[in-house]
Design a protein around this ligand. Structure first.
Ligand code: ZN
Length: 288
């Protein structure tokens, strides 16, 4: 199933016979058994009923989905975390050894933005960088997951950007990852939350990051140093996760900071982030 946040209302996204995406309002099509808040589809407890609705709905009768009206699929994650150095290509370009265990930082929920929202680069900060990522959303209470059962806790996958102010991130004497990656709008996600069963291989998702028409990053989650199940198992050893918690799973090589010459984001840039089977997110950079 594919889900979206359409102007604050939870919708099931289905495809008409003409190949276009259609929006099925979840509250109305469930006769009120499920609410209108996007939180309903990120909770795996509702997926059996959502599956019944998906199976019975007439896609051709549903209205066309207007992408411009989409918000973040999980607009208010209780927690958000990101992984540093989870692709070998990014570890190499950063001049770091491959980690033997994952390293995380926070992405506080004020940073979440929609799939077609502007990314606001604060005026006077000149090292704002892009990081295309696959983002996972937990769908039920999870502690002590194993790599074998990790996917069963996840409601879905979406595209994300882990926008970063490199000047702040690496400011000495101690670095400041969480703040540098959590400015307002620094965590766009979307356009859809897609359940893991929709992918031919949920552990091999293609990821592409394009900035103003130039392909900057291209990878596949099969290249992850710590694949998604390993991240879930590691994180939930001592911490409880639950519906709506998000994890940005790491960025591949090709970020602006590591390029020669360096390529930081400037006013008017358009960042396009694609995850195979999810879709493409398009965010314009506005300096303000
Ligand atoms: Zn990142």
């Amino acid at each position: 199933m594919r889900f979206a946040n359409l102007q604050g209302r939870a919708v099931l996204v289905v495809r008409g016979d003409d190949g276009t995406d259609r929006a099925v309002d979840i509250e109305r099509s469930s006769d009120g058994r499920l609410g209108s808040d996007p939180a309903v589809y990120v909770d795996l407890a509702n997926h059996a009923l959502l599956g019944e609705i998906a199976a019975s709905v007439s896609a051709n009768d549903a209205p066309a989905l207007d992408p411009a009206l989409l918000g973040a699929p999980v607009p208010r994650p209780p927690k958000g975390l990101g992984v540093g150095l989870n692709y070998r290509t990014h570890a190499i370009e950063s001049g770091r050894e491959f980690p033997t265990e994952p390293h995380f930082f926070g992405k506080t929920n004020n940073c979440v933005a929609g799939p077609f929202d502007d990314v606001i680069a604060p005026a006077g900060r000149h090292e704002i960088d892009f990081e295309a990522e696959v983002v996972i959303a937990f769908g039920r209470t999870c502690k002590g997951a194993t790599e074998d059962d990790a996917w069963s806790y996840l409601a879905g996958v979406t595209c994300g950007q882990d926008i970063s102010d490199r000047g702040e991130q690496f400011r000495l004497p101690i670095k400041q990852f969480t703040i540098a990656k959590s400015y307002d709008t620094f965590g766009p996600t979307g356009p859809f939350l897609v359940t893991p069963d929709e992918f031919p291989d949920r552990d091999a998702l293609g990821l592409t990051g394009v900035v103003s028409g130039e392909v900057m990053q291209e990878a596949n989650t099969s290249d992850l140093i710590f694949p998604i199940p390993a991240l879930v198992a590691w994180l939930t050893r001592f911490m409880t996760f639950g519906p709506g918690d998000l994890v940005w799973t790491g960025t591949p090589g090709g970020v602006g900071e590591a390029r020669t010459p360096q390529r930081f984001l400037v006013d008017g840039d358009v960042i396009e982030t694609t995850v195979s089977g999810v879709g493409t997110m398009r965010n314009r950079v506005v300096v303000r």
